[in-house]
Design a protein around this ligand. Structure first.
Ligand code: GTP
Ligand code: MG
Length: 335
């Protein structure tokens, strides 16, 4: 668990070491200057309005008001951080309050630290691999295709040669959507005809990436209900095909969760993890969600790192998950 410490002002964001540098060790820490703490605050405005801003008055005074604990509990539940975690956080804070008798602002600080301590950033180094293959999976409409394009763009901005693989051959529109992104962001896309075997698309995309010296491949897959066994088995097959072309691929499988679905996303995450293994989460649509606290539930219950978050629809708005900026955004109205 991370030690409580002051919130650092955010100037730059650094991509987490999820992408192996071409043939070598970890990638250079490329400084991305496109996202400010304000972007996180704005993206989390709905969650604050729906859940957390109404408790801001509780933290203003020199004394903890009588209904503090009940109101805090309902606000955390409303933000969708989950019943178990809410209970834990309240228990910890209550113990501290009992010991130290803090005032409102101090309680706000403790709450910040408490939330932050549940969000451990990913650690460890990405194993070297070239091309480095990332596969995006998730239920229908969660944000996979836009995330695939935006991740590819991000890494391309870092100077890497990135290929997009359109393994969603289920609908004609899916391939087209990825191609449009590819044209817009100047990223090459290898896809397949509608109805083609997604495994075959991955096979030829990875072969092309390997023979043409690409650094990274981002594979978009079709949305599927996590309860449909045959579709989950098909995904498993696509994963295995990748490993046949490039041993060790896919190097990461990222589950794209729609933040507006809140706690329901946890069941999806468990099913995808069981079927294909998931290394991390992309939390899309944080900006349209009133249940943005779900990032805490994901970290707490699934022990999966949240690697990226969608703060809007623009290419630069899929950003590395930043625990401090996230917590600061959740609690921005608390003084
Ligand atoms: N505001 C906002 N919209 C997003 C974000 N991510 C995705 N969207 C929107 O959500 C919708 C669905 O996104 P897609 O990327 O097509 O989702 P998908 O998972 O590929 O969908 P299927 O392929 O049909 O399963 C699109 O309108 C996206 O623009 C985000 O972070 N913020
Ligand atoms: Mg899609």
């Amino acid at each position: 668990m991370r030690h409580a410490r002051g919130l650092q002002p955010l100037q730059d964001l650094v991509d987490p070491p999820v992408l192996g540098e071409a043939g070598g060790a970890r990638p250079p820490n490329v400084i991305i200057r496109d996202v400010t703490p304000n972007a996180w605050r704005e993206a989390l405005a709905r969650t604050r309005q729906a859940a957390l801003s109404r408790i801001s008055a509780l933290f203003g005074g020199s004394q903890i008001p009588a209904d503090f604990w009940g109101q805090l509990e309902s606000a955390l539940l409303q933000a969708d951080i989950g019943a178990g975690l809410t209970a834990q956080i309240l228990r910890d804070l209550r113990e501290e309050a009992h010991r130290e008798r803090f005032d409102g602002p101090a309680a706000g600080e403790r709450l910040r630290f408490s939330l932050l301590s549940r969000l451990t950033p990913p650690d460890g180094e990405a194993p070297p691999a070239r091309p480095w293959v990332t596969m995006l999976v998730g239920v229908n409409g969660s944000g996979k295709t836009t995330a695939a394009a935006r991740l590819a763009w991000r890494w391309q901005q870092q100077g890497k040669r990135v290929l997009l693989a359109g393994a969603d051959t289920y609908r004609a529109a899916a391939g087209e959507q990825l191609s449009v992104w590819g044209q817009r962001l100047r990223i090459e896309v290898i896809g397949g005809e509608p109805g083609a075997d997604p495994g075959a698309v991955v096979y030829s995309a990875l072969q092309a990436a390997q023979s043409r010296g690409f650094d990274a491949v981002v594979v978009d897959t079709s949305g599927r209900m996590h309860t449909r066994h045959n579709l989950m088995a098909e995904l498993g097959k696509v994963v295995r095909v990748a490993g046949k072309v490039i041993p060790g691929a896919p190097h990461q499988v990222l589950l794209v969760l729609d933040a507006t679905t809140g706690q329901n996303g946890l069941a999806q995450a468990r099913a995808f993890t069981q079927s294909v293994g998931v290394n991390g989460v992309v939390l899309a649509k944080l900006d349209t969600s009133a249940r943005g606290g779900v990032a805490l539930a994901v970290a707490d219950q699934l022990k999966l790192p949240i690697l990226y978050a969608g703060l809007g629809e623009g290419p630069e708005e899929l950003v590395p998950f930043h625990p401090e900026a996230y917590v600061e955004g959740l609690l921005a109205d608390l003084e």
